[in-house]
Design a protein around this ligand. Sequence first.
Ligand code: FAM
Length: 481
Amino acid sequence: SSQMKRAVAAAIPEKRAALQSLRRDHAAVPLDTLTVGSVLGGMRGARALFWGGTTLSPEQGIRFHGLSIEQCQAQLPGPEILGEGAGESSPGESADALSPSPQFLPESMLWLLMTGRPPSPAEALSVTRLLNERIESQGGALPPEVSRAMRALPRDLHPMTQLSVGLSVLQRNSQFARAYEQGKLGKADYWAPTYEDAITLIANLPLLAGEVYSTVQAQATGTTPQPLGQWRADRDWSYNLCSLLGYTADSANIRGLTAEQQRDFVALMRLYTGIHADHEGGNVSAHTTHLVGSALADPFLAYAAGANGLAGPLHGLAAQEVVRFLESLQRQLGGEKVTDSLLSDQLWALLRAGQVIPGYGHAVLRRADPRFTAMLRFAQARPAEFGADPHVQLMVRLSRVAPAVLREHGRCNNPHPNVDAASGILFHHYGVRELLFFTVIFACSRALGPLAQLVWDRAYGLPIERPKSVDLGQLMKLARG
Ligand code: FAM
């Protein structure tokens, strides 16, 4: 069995014991009071879910097993373990440019989320190998029934629907489903085939995303879908994802990127997929995966459901709203020199018209989203690349102007940028212009956290999730006391 699986197995007894003692000795301790408002208000703020990998505090933002994004960047193994140079500075950069943050691989994040501790370089590398072995055992491609099913779909189908179909058809090879059906599996062992399925699913995501993107490209150019790049067993997960989208030297290089831009695109993908992997348990994609998985659906069906949730405009689709907004701002401002006061006027006009400033505000966070800061830093460390991109410059300027406007407007609880203020526009810069496709990249990343949690849900033997509902009459009666 894999190194990571052994590390999960080693961590299980202590955590199981802790959970059992909580259940046995402290089950009656109240956490939150549920009100009519919570039932009618999307359960906002109600601490009602158990989630191990990440926590989200209003002031500090996301923590991955206690580690901030900066700590992950400092502590988790990065591309240097693949034999790539750790330095990623570009020759054209000015001396006073912000130095790039150290990178970490999403494989390192997966290890952290699965096992609860950062991997050694060798352990991180073992995850890359493990994922690649899965694809090699499939002959270096998607299982034929998966590509057949995806190719049979209408080409103009929503990219997330295509992904969801691919994920669901992958279910055919679920080890969990097979073992469960054979009836030989003890409850204490449910986690093991769940883990195997999670690895298979994650390994296949670059191929699935590549298949969807080739359809998206074919649709855009009126041609038949062609593979955009080559999967390679000697490359890491993010590199292969970028290749299969057509953005590396092992691909059709569909946007004609220079070698340096290809490297930076891979760096952006590693950053993005690393920091979007998890965002505690209450968000729609994570919660859905957990809920569906709680009925002992296998990881493929559970995550397909989670990915469907991610496709909602209020969740994974927000990044594209920001790109649209920046494009329209750019058009309105036309050739005019963009000053802070001009931008501020535009924002006030938007707010007076009763609209929101996309990319700003958050349901939980009360400061700038550290994921936004990490993406902004990526751009600021590459002035030669991004200095002349008017959209990126507008994004940066907006992040200085909008918080003051929103504060003065006085309505929202958090005037700071959230992650979507930056993510889409950086992909857009390198040529990912198909806005509906952004969510597919998000879905590649978001698989990591909820699937690691699903392994732990089974290791803990958590029950099916089944809250009680009340109807309007009951609520009115309860409300009257
Ligand atoms: N611009 C203008 N008004 C805003 C605002 C913004 N960016 N953010 C919040 N408000 C308003 C909000 O509409 C509400 O107004 P009403 O009192 O008239 O209903 C008021 O401020 C209080 O809202 P809140 O408590 O601060 O925020 P919520 O928890 O209700 O909502 C968001 C959180 C993210 C939905 C909200 O801030 C928003 O609509 N932001 C813009 C859209 C966006 O960026 N979405 C992406 C979110 C992203 F992080 C993600 O989850 N993928």
